[in-house]
Design a protein around this ligand. Structure first.
Ligand code: MLT
Length: 392
């Protein structure tokens, strides 16, 4: 038996597991300290009322002979696909039901989609970015190249900076971790590049609902021609507080004939779908009432982001993001490395963030804070922050 030795090329543990382990160790040594977690992007507000009601109703249906359901349709229930189709239509994107695949979240699909591509494809990943793109390709043994994102290009690398032929291009907009968002012209340049070079864009739209400027694209399919060269991944995790509930969707255009067929083949073989109860909850997110309620939650997190930003302004710490994203990306004060800053904050004020270097080498010297904590904790964390950096 030969094991997949590519795993030996990975960092020893996944970024957020390393952070969690450090916090557990600190808590064990300092049981009396109150930790405030602004590391992993996990939501804190409960599911909204409309979603809970929809799921309760679905639970009741499952307990009655006439409305009980076993295995669901392979790509997801049409009621949810239709709700997603209507959601895209509001932005003038036409989708066919056969293009919409319901999943248990963007992370799994972003990894699983790689089953469809040959391992000799060359991959382009922005640096810094969500570490799952790199790790899943390393697991498969693919060659990964990086597109430099930095303060000079507003953390938005463009295709004219690519020096060699690539086959698979990852774009995350709004970007995790920097919060940078591509505008239509910039995404258009990527679509044109992908068409010309016969490559595919894997577009991660997990944070689309945080975009507050109507002119900014929330889907790659708002760009002409994108259906010929892009697959989009989205999730209700951050949009509607589904991090623990698990539901997302992936759009594989019919124009990508083989990929659409192969994805269906792959999913029907390896995945049994999202539970009926969850899909009913997800459907209700797209209802008028559901949209109103999730908007309130998103605005709550955005207010937290403002509190963080204002504190950093007062402390004269450079940052970006937080406007169209739940993440604030800051420069570590006093030239600390990302992990030094992580340890310093944990030790001094018991605030947990995510070291920028965990998102790529260009993230070194940066640090990510999330706005997903409660108002009370965000305010307290920022008071602690200010007491540490405010007078400098
Ligand atoms: C993050 O903190 O970057 C995200 O929560 C990770 C994820 O969505 O898997």
């Amino acid at each position: 038996m030969n094991i997949n030795k590519n795993y030996l090329n990975l960092e020893q543990s996944y970024l957020f597991s390393t952070v969690a382990k450090k916090v557990v160790d600190y808590c064990a040594k300092n049981p009396d300290k109150k930790i405030i977690r602004m590391g992993i992007g996990d939501v804190t507000l409960p599911l909204c009322k409309t979603v809970v009601q929809a799921m309760h109703k679905a639970v009741d249906e499952m307990g009655i002979q006439e409305t009980f359901r076993g295995y669901g349709p392979e790509q997801g229930y049409e009621f949810l696909q239709n709700a997603i189709k209507r959601y895209y239509k509001k932005r003038n994107v036409e989708l066919a039901i056969s293009e919409i695949f319901i999943s248990d979240g963007a992370k799994s699909d972003l990894g699983n989609i790689l089953d469809l591509f040959s391992t000799d494809n060359v991959v382009l990943v922005p640096d810094p970015v969500y570490p799952v793109y790199v790790d899943t390709n390393i697991m498969a043994g693919r060659k990964v190249l990086f597109a430099n994102a930095n303060s000079n290009n507003g953390f938005l690398p463009m295709p004219d900076e690519i020096s060699q032929k690539v086959d698979i291009i990852y774009i995350c907009s709004p970007n995790n971790p920097t919060g940078a968002v591509y505008n239509k012209e910039q995404l258009d340049a990527w679509v044109k590049y992908a068409q010309k070079s016969n490559s595919i864009i894997l577009f991660d739209a997990a944070y689309e609902s945080f975009i507050s400027d109507e002119k900014l694209p929330r889907s790659i399919f708002e760009i002409d021609g994108a259906k010929d060269c892009a697959i989009e991944f989205c999730s209700l995790s951050k949009t509607a507080g589904f991090t623990g509930t698990r539901c997302g969707y992936t759009i594989v255009p019919n124009e990508l004939e083989n990929l659409n067929k192969f994805w269906l083949r792959r999913q029907t073989t390896k995945f049994n779908g999202v539970p009926y109860i969850i899909q009913r909850g997800a459907e209700s997110v797209f209802s008028e009432e559901g949209q109103k309620e999730i908007r309130e939650n998103i605005e709550y997190y955005k207010e937290n982001a403002k509190i963080i930003s204002k504190t950093l302004d007062r402390c004269k710490i450079w940052y970006t993001g937080g406007k169209h994203s739940p993440y604030i990306w800051l420069k570590c004060p006093e030239n600390r490395t990302s992990w030094e800053f992580f340890d310093y904050l944990l030790e001094k004020i018991q605030v947990v963030g995510t070291p920028g270097s965990g998102f790529g080498k260009n993230g070194e010297g940066y640090f990510r804070l999330t706005s997903f904590n409660s108002r009370e904790n965000t305010v307290e964390a920022m008071q602690r922050f200010e007491s540490l950096f405010g007078t400098k």
